[in-house]
Design a protein around this ligand. Sequence first.
Ligand SMILES: Cc1cc2nc3c(=O)[nH]c(=O)nc-3n(C[C@H](O)[C@H](O)[C@H](O)COP(=O)(O)OP(=O)(O)OC[C@H]3O[C@@H](n4cnc5c(N)ncnc54)[C@H](O)[C@@H]3O)c2cc1C
Length: 393
Amino acid sequence: MAGGKKRVVIVGGGIAGVGVARNLLARARDLVDVTVIAKDPFYMSGPSRPLLLTGEQSYDRIVRGYEQVAAEGVSFVFGTVTRVVPEERRVEVVENPTRAPLERSIEYDYLVLAPGVVFDGSSIEGYRENWWRNTNVYEPGRVDVLKRRVWSLEKGSVVVYAPKAPYRCAPAPAETAMAIHTVLAYRGVRKNFRIVHVDANEKPQPPVIADVIKARYEEAGVELITSREIVEIGPDYVVLSDGEKIPYTILAALEPNRAPRFIAEAGLGERWFEVRSPQDLRSVKYDDVLAAGDVAKLPFPKNQEIAYESALHAVNNILDDLGVPEKIPVQYTFLGWAYLGNLEGKLETESVLFGLNFTTKPPKPTKDPTPKKEYTKAKDEWEQSYLRRLFGH
Ligand SMILES: Cc1cc2nc3c(=O)[nH]c(=O)nc-3n(C[C@H](O)[C@H](O)[C@H](O)COP(=O)(O)OP(=O)(O)OC[C@H]3O[C@@H](n4cnc5c(N)ncnc54)[C@H](O)[C@@H]3O)c2cc1C
């Protein structure tokens, strides 16, 4: 233990990981040494990635480095965590192509796992051969491929897919379908394309705005198929769980989501990290291993507000253990905006506002069902303020 301080190791340098690091250090600087292990030496924000398709967002506005966080006293190790050994209180890190971690094995007194999600297409037949025909808005690089296809093809069929919930960012598939509609309409080729949204869930997600999404789809001529999964991806078609075959020229399928494999391998949960409760983010097995963010099994959607709130709960759990009386006031609730494109094909996305307050039972929904340009601006301000709060600019 360095200088009597507890070593807090955080896996993941995203919303939850940096959220835990900064909030913990702010309240217990004399008691903890905080180290973040992150795969990349930068972070790229998620929420506005669908707007990269319409050209309303650019990478330079959503990428942040960790320099400011490091200047405030958080240590960083850049590498990929491959193994957690809770019995020995250590994690193993391997180097990335451009980054050698300073240590291969890092010991902790408290471990917070905040690595987000893995997109896993292995349950879909033909995925191994045809993954490269698929693109979506979720990952840098791949979103650019989708953009090129949407901006260059003249005719065809677009298939957008949402896997069974929970998956990261409930409205993103609908946002993708409407962004594609917008670009095709802008280019004057919308009439040459069929757009189909296949959803493994009973309703497009999140359910609170399913009616708004359906109404928008009717106006935009986007077809919706619910309660069916994509079970096979062929070279130019997908097969659904009821056997229906749908041709595609552009495929924007989100793969089923799960926690990184090292979570299950360490016995911390199967599909997701098993926490004691939404307020007690400790592992059901180990007092000193906690989860934060999308990786945690919570009865809520996987989004940024919930990820950050879970991070604050995890900080409170550690403060409790350290005997620090101060706690961060936090409750599960969120307000979000879903981009629902532009029906006329102007590159000016309109959004709807929605929210859920989980402190009431049943959770209290909020929404303004009318898509507005102002809400797209409000979402941008919200995303930028998160980045400022976490990354210092
Ligand atoms: C396209 C898209 C749209 C979205 N839209 C919205 C929205 O409108 N509203 C909203 O609230 N949320 C939205 N989200 C979701 C939001 O971005 C996530 O819920 C949030 O980022 C979760 O935080 P996290 O810390 O759990 O994961 P992340 O922020 O993804 O951070 C995970 C971190 O862990 C690192 N990491 C992963 N594995 C390892 C490893 N093995 N070793 C070391 N480091 C590792 C990653 O590099 C990253 O730094 C969207 C996300 C995407 C991708």
